[in-house]
Design a protein. Sequence first.
Length: 488
Amino acid sequence: MSSHLRRKVGSAIGIGLMSGVLIWGGHSFSASQASSAQTSTPANGFTDVARQVTPAVVNITTVMTEKVSDGFSVPDELRDRMEEYFGKPLDPRRRGPKPPGEYRGPRRGQGSGVIISADGYVLTNNHVIDKAHEVSVTLPDKREFKGKIIGADPKSDLAVVKINASNLPAIPWGDASQLQVGEYVLAVGNPFGLNSTVTLGIVSAVGRGHMGITQYEDFIQTDAAINPGNSGGALVNTRGELVGINTAIFSQTGGYQGVGFAVSTTMAKPIYESLVKTGKVVRGYLGIGLQDLNQDLAKSFSIKDSKGALVSDVKEDSPADQAGLKQGDVIIEYQGILIEDGVALQRMVTRTPVGSKVQVKVMRDGRARELTVRIGEQPELEKVAKKVESGEHDYGLAGLSVEDLNQNTARELGIKGKAQGVVVTSVDPDSGAEKAGLVPGDVIQEVNRRPVKSVKEFEKVSSDLKKGNSILMLVNRRGGSLFLSAKI
């Protein structure tokens, strides 16, 4: 991930496990039945597995350049006195005003990587090599090579590095979709610079998403000890096959606390192949905004349970738009597979080859519909503008203040095309609006499926609402749409 911030959220997720450079971030699919051989202890314990895989797990060190302070500057009136005292001219950099950011210094990082092919392709985490201008790869046999970054994918926190070598030991790909909770796994890496460290644990969970670690998430959770320096290392099954790339820890201290995450090879393998082949990752694309259902939203959209993915937005001229998908549809099946939530659908779509025609089943107005969508290629995401803060008028929805949306405000909020709605300027604490999740800067575009184009229309719609009623709102937040449900 690109953001190197530590958030205090009760517990933290350590996502940069490079020794000395600890990076912090904020905050299922069902596994098929595997053979009993996968979950049993090998005949010779785990020594054969460790002996097999450790030669293929390397140490990656990087040098990054960053701005640093050069210490202090000396006012001109003190310069002569100090030069006389020390008996020599003062360092020119300390004479007079200091130009901000003029001087730079190196920062070193350390992580792990996995040799995937005998000709020198190494898979690691993006945050291990991010912003590096020098990459060195050291093998367990002490041979050291200069590494070349072939490609990186910050959205999954994966990267590929190439070294000029041949006949290298490599770890074969495993099928992570066959992993079962409770199955033994080994984590291999270089925590704290301790090369070829092997730890043992079990699969605690599979298909972890909603972690806020990366944009696209398909994590294996394990209690095998993972610590700073393990990033990019291997998670292997008892057959010595690669099932994950160690990426993150859940920790209050920055060290091991029994909860680690590895990017599943179900996600990592196609990304690796794409980076090696093209230097970038091509993902399938529908062109919709998604959110998960809760009980209130499911009831509002006439869905029996909270399974499925709610379409909160459909981008104009996108594959979804051309296929007839509409805002408010609930996608319940994709290529005949039941959809649990938005993350599960996202995984399926991004892994679908561009140009493929797929069948999608949606619930619309309480009825099931079948649609055919031709998958497009995911474009680069655009940045979203900041929110605005203003307004003093209260209307029918208690605890909420709004004002008319104009083109300038819409532009600041990242809303493109013809803008309509009212801008939320303030939300009272403990109000129904706050409990629904409304925040200043939201643009309310619909109330109970009725379009709202002005404060006058919003006042009229909200004045018809009775106390104790549920309300469904469509809002645009920083350029993206979502539905919110509240009780007033």
